[in-house]
Write a protein that binds this ligand. Structure first.
Ligand SMILES: *Cc1c(COP(=O)(O)O)cnc(C)c1O
Length: 384
């Protein structure tokens, strides 16, 4: 064999991703200002400029979360990393963790807690149902857990779970509350302080119109005290919130290399939210949700979740009798390049999951979507 022989060069065309309208549950469309932020030159991760960017993100997150005295920070990882950080730091091995289980993400929360050695107790309901204030209170009083977990906006079902009664009952029982706000942050009201959540985590790629990659978190004073009082270290070193809090807000000493460009992107995405005004943003999503529901109902379709429990940014529409939902989705992606998602688990084949969030949430885009959706449904044999 000749020593001059070289590995053949791999010839790839330039990156040219197809243009999609992301009407699914996430990732959602990225705001043009965020794309621009992503292209800015990076600095070192301990550069004073980057420390300032991290500080800006923490400030802006307070507005998005609705917290004044809560601590905010960012985990380098997607929403699931925030979920795992919440569980690994606040649910100690052997501790009782009470989970409101009504969808896929509460199951993931359960699985993570089991792996941390928690004693998990679950209040189960069908996918798409929610828990009343009385039910929530009774469950917590009966179980007397150390920590309670619930999913605010359950992306697998389209149901929004109010957290007020859960938090009140948990605090009366001396428990902390972990709230999954992955789909709700930036799209529908989270109101961290007013609701009484102790530990919330989210992501960048759903309500915040940013690419996936970071998990913004908020922690109440109560949560911070419990973190400080912990005598055994969290089983996860990378997600150790004591270390991350110290690194990102106090000492700025190296813990891990923060993904600089993603922090730029998140800072810009949160500035877009602050410029619009968080209340205006909720209102815009509410308006679009109304127009969306009106449109699909006019086609003779039904929503999976009752009106008062719907997530304004993520709709679950029942697949009509005799229609193959995969055909509808294929038609949408092959034709106009629209991405939506189907259901999974108990809702497989039964619902479409359609997100109307961020830059896509305008009346015009809703009408555009409805027109294409109607065409795709008829192509799959549906007639209203
Ligand atoms: C998307 C999602 C997650 C997981 O977030 P990733 O960014 O995919 O890791 C967790 N909980 C809910 C409710 C979600 O919608």
């Amino acid at each position: 064999m000749s020593t001059t022989e070289q590995t053949p060069a791999i010839q790839l065309p330039a990156l040219q991703p197809p243009r999609r309208y992301l009407f699914g549950p996430g990732p959602s469309m990225v705001h043009p200002r965020v794309y621009e932020a992503l292209s800015k030159p990076i600095v070192g991760h301990l550069d004073p400029y980057f420390i300032q960017v991290m500080g800006d993100v923490q400030q802006l997150l307070k507005i998005a979360y609705g917290t004044e005295d809560g601590a905010t920070l960012v985990i380098s990882g997607t929403g699931s990393a925030g979920m795992e950080a919440a569980v690994a730091n606040f649910v100690e091995p052997g501790a009782k963790f009470a989970v409101f289980a009504n969808g896929y993400f509460s199951d993931r929360l359960t699985e993570m807690a089991k792996r941390q050695g928690a004693n998990v107790v679950r209040f189960e309901k069908l996918w798409g149902e929610t828990f009343t204030d009385e039910e929530a209170g009774e469950f917590i009083q009966r179980e007397k857990p150390k920590v309670v977990g619930y999913v605010h906006a359950e992306t697998s079902t389209g149901a929004l779970q109010s957290g007020r009664a859960i938090c009140t009952a948990a605090h009366e029982a001396g428990a902390l509350v972990i709230g999954d706000c992955v789909t709700s942050l930036g799209g529908v009201p989270v109101e961290f302080d007013r609701t009484g959540i102790d530990v919330a985590y989210s992501c960048t790629q759903k309500g915040l119109s940013c690419p996936p990659g970071l998990s913004p978190m908020a922690m109440s004073q109560r949560a911070m005290e419990s973190l400080r009082a912990r005598t055994t270290p969290s089983r996860s070193w990378y997600l150790d919130l004591k270390l991350i809090h110290d690194y990102s807000t106090v000492s700025h000493r190296y813990h891990h290399t923060a993904p600089i460009s993603m922090f730029y992107a998140l800072r810009e995405a949160l500035s877009v939210v602050a410029d619009e005004g968080i209340e205006n943003r909720w209102e815009r999503h509410r308006r679009c949700n109304k127009a969306f529901v009106k449109g699909v109902e006019a086609m003779g379709l039904r929503m999976h979740v009752p009106e008062q429990h719907r997530i304004a940014t993520l709709n679950t529409v029942c697949v009509p009798e005799g229609v193959d939902e995969a055909k509808v989705r294929k038609h949408l992606i092959d034709g106009p390049g629209i991405e939506i998602a189907g259901g999974f688990g108990p809702l497989a084949g039964k619902v479409f999951r359609i997100g109307v969030m961020g830059p896509l949430a305008t009346e015009e885009n809703v009408q555009f979507f409805l027109k294409e959706f109607k065409k795709a449904l008829s192509a799959a044999g549906y007639s209203s």
